[in-house]
Design a binder for this molecule. Structure first.
Ligand code: SAM
Length: 264
């Protein structure tokens, strides 16, 4: 791909999603954009760039961002976070709290919000179900379709204990369907994290934005964290991926563990 073409793709992608692609990502962009170019029957990546630029419907940018975003995820990724969720949920319940608002920001194909829902249901044991709502959002329409369907092949659930599979999934041939008790707690929606301020007012009890901000630059991360601060209740939690450092970015939060922050 020509350097200028790469630069133009980088600018479009940054403007429309906040995803910051360094020079080392040229091969990745060429491969992913090349696939879309062939799907459309276009001759070259340069032709595809023109196609994106001239598309008045705005649909092609969604395909481009779908192609570029990295969607790796799995059930109960970073287990300590789910232990922390159990701990604070039980503490909140013991203080009489009955309304819970969670947000999985950058939920990918749904494993993260479903893991939150299963964690909460497991923690409840035989207690009555309180008012729990989990908002799950992503930029990519492709992953959101999978997330909403809640159907996973056996490979995706191979590390889940048999008891969890039996309680929260319905198996059908080689597929595992999330059951209604879990599905009903979650609302999936497309939301671009670069479109700050977000169209909701919270207040949220907990926001998980894990393994998403790694794709953003520092000024954008800072803006995003202050938007999360606005949406959280005092005492609400922000969880980020274990490998993400928010040093110098997190005003108005107290660190309680390396990737767990509380709004003060
Ligand atoms: C690596 S996945 C992380 C999934 C999950 N949070 C986890 O930790 O397993 C990153 C997700 O962030 C989403 N993403 C990237 N940029 C985004 C943006 N500007 N707005 C919303 N979602 C975005 C991608 O589509 C992708 O599904």
């Amino acid at each position: 791909m020509k350097q200028d073409t790469f630069n133009q793709f980088c600018s479009i992608i940054y403007e429309r999603s906040g995803i910051s692609l360094g020079d080392k990502k040229e091969a990745l962009v060429a491969a992913r954009v090349g696939k879309r170019t062939r799907q459309l029957g276009l001759d070259s990546i340069e032709d595809y760039l023109i196609y994106v630029q001239k598309d008045g419907t705005g649909d092609e940018i969604i395909h481009l961002l779908d192609a570029i975003s990295t969607n790796v995820t799995y059930f109960f990724r970073e287990t300590e976070h789910f232990n922390a969720i159990t701990q604070c949920f039980l503490e909140w319940l013991s203080h009489g709290k009955r309304t819970f608002r969670f947000w999985s920001a950058g939920c990918s194909s749904g494993e993260e919000p479903y893991s939150i829902a299963i964690t909460l249901l497991e923690a409840l044991l035989n207690r009555p179900l309180p008012d729990i709502k989990i908002l799950a959002t992503d930029l990519s329409t492709k992953v959101l379709t999978t997330a909403s369907a809640g159907i996973y092949d056996s490979k995706k659930v191979e590390n889940l204990p048999e008891t969890i599979l039996r309680k929260y999934f319905v198996s059908d041939n080689n597929e595992y369907h999330i059951n209604d008790s879990v599905r009903s707690l979650i609302t999936f929606s497309r939301l671009n994290l670069s479109a700050i301020p977000f169209p909701m007012n919270g207040p949220m009890d907990m926001i998980l934005c894990r393994n998403v901000m790694i794709y953003f630059d520092q000024p954008f991360r800072k803006q995003l964290i202050s938007e999360y601060h606005r949406l959280l209740k005092p005492g609400g939690y922000l969880l980020v991926g274990h490998s993400e450092s928010l040093t110098g970015l997190i005003n108005g939060f107290k660190t309680i563990a390396p990737s767990i922050y509380i709004k003060i």
